[in-house]
Design a protein around this ligand. Structure first.
Ligand code: PEP
Ligand code: MG
Length: 322
């Protein structure tokens, strides 16, 4: 089996009728960069920048962040690396920020909400990311956006960071792409409005399932209700992809669902442009893509989107694709 996957490594993620998608990997720490760059993935679809901030009592300064982002940019050369700005709160704690205790942390002060409330910290990260963008091909992604105003404010701060660097004559990628996570149902329903103001979307099914079905992603007592095959979740995903294409931008998916081979043909048929999961599972996803046609995948997606329960969806996918 390993030899078969090795042979797949240099082949494109392309269907039998020539529809090409992109397979990327999620990355947690920069130390993984060299091994991932050599593994055959086309880039990094999600680099969670939290790693730099956690398990320590001080915040990383601009130089430390710059060094870490630059290391990743250099390791991937001209392959794209999507770096997500700080996504803490919820299940991820950060001692240095002294975040308040909250009754509903997943609905509380987390991710972009913290970055926008503390622009002086956010600007440090943005300047570090921009400076690193001169050394490779970085894309910037904002997490947990629900209101258009948050996106606009984040972009305004990004422009401010760019202006500060320009003034000092510091190099960065003037064309750097800016995207947002689609992981809040309200934003997914309003995808057409957001699509006009970003370069790409990346669907975060881990949180999207939690928020759509009101099921805590960490709570074993309700784990049987947590499924990305729920028809409501699938409709949101489909809506996001369709809205992005109408606006001429692309959509990736970086939650666990991207690495589940049972979901591959369905996501392909809904038009997903980029899949980002654990590098170890991506060969299986590639195999699925190379063994079907876009026409078949679209028919499957249409059938699945007409179903009413998780069980029906899973049964059909098993029947059609296994
Ligand atoms: C997600 O929510 O699907 C996601 C990829 O982000 P995280 O798991 O870091 O919340
Ligand atoms: Mg998330």
């Amino acid at each position: 089996e390993r030899a078969a996957y090795a042979a797949l490594k240099d082949l494109p993620a392309e269907t039998t009728d020539g529809h090409r998608v992109h397979l990327m990997a999620n990355m947690a720490v920069p130390e993984e960069a060299d091994a991932l760059a050599a593994s055959g993935v086309e880039g990094i679809g999600l680099f969670r920048s939290e790693f730099l901030f956690m398990d320590r009592s001080t915040l990383p300064d601009e130089e430390e962040q710059f060094a870490a982002y630059k290391q990743v940019a250099v390791a991937f050369g001209d392959k794209p690396v999507i770096i997500r700005t700080l996504d803490v709160g919820g299940d991820k704690h950060l001692p240095a920020l002294e975040l308040p205790q909250e009754d509903n942390p997943f609905l509380g002060f987390r991710a972009m909400r913290i970055s926008l409330a503390r622009p002086e910290l956010f600007l440090v990260q943005l300047r570090a990311l921009l400076r690193a963008s001169a050394f490779g091909r970085l894309l910037i992604m904002f997490p947990m956006i629900s209101h258009l105003g948050q996106l606009r404010e984040a972009k305004r701060l990004l422009e401010q960071a760019k202006a500060e660097l320009r003034e000092k004559g510091v190099a960065f990628d003037e064309q750097i792409s800016v995207g947002m996570m689609m992981e809040i149902p309200g934003a997914c329903l309003q995808a057409d409005a957001f699509a006009k103001e970003v370069d790409f979307f990346s669907i975060g099914t881990n949180d999207l399932v939690q928020y759509t079905l009101a099921v805590d992603r960490m709570n074993a007592n309700v784990a049987d209700l947590y499924s990305y095959y729920h028809p409501a979740v699938l409709r949101l995903i489909s809506n996001v992809i369709a809205a992005s294409h109408r606006a001429g931008i692309w959509t990736g998916l970086c939650g666990e669902m991207a690495g589940d081979p049972l979901a591959t043909e369905l996501l392909l048929g809904m038009g997903l442009d980029e899949f980002s999961g654990a590098a170890s599972v991506m060969p299986k996803v590639k195999e699925r893509i190379r063994n079907t046609s876009m026409e078949k995948a679209q028919q499957l997606a249409e059938q699945v989107l007409a179903l009413a329960t998780v069980e029906e969806v899973v049964a059909l996918l098993q029947d059609k694709t296994e």
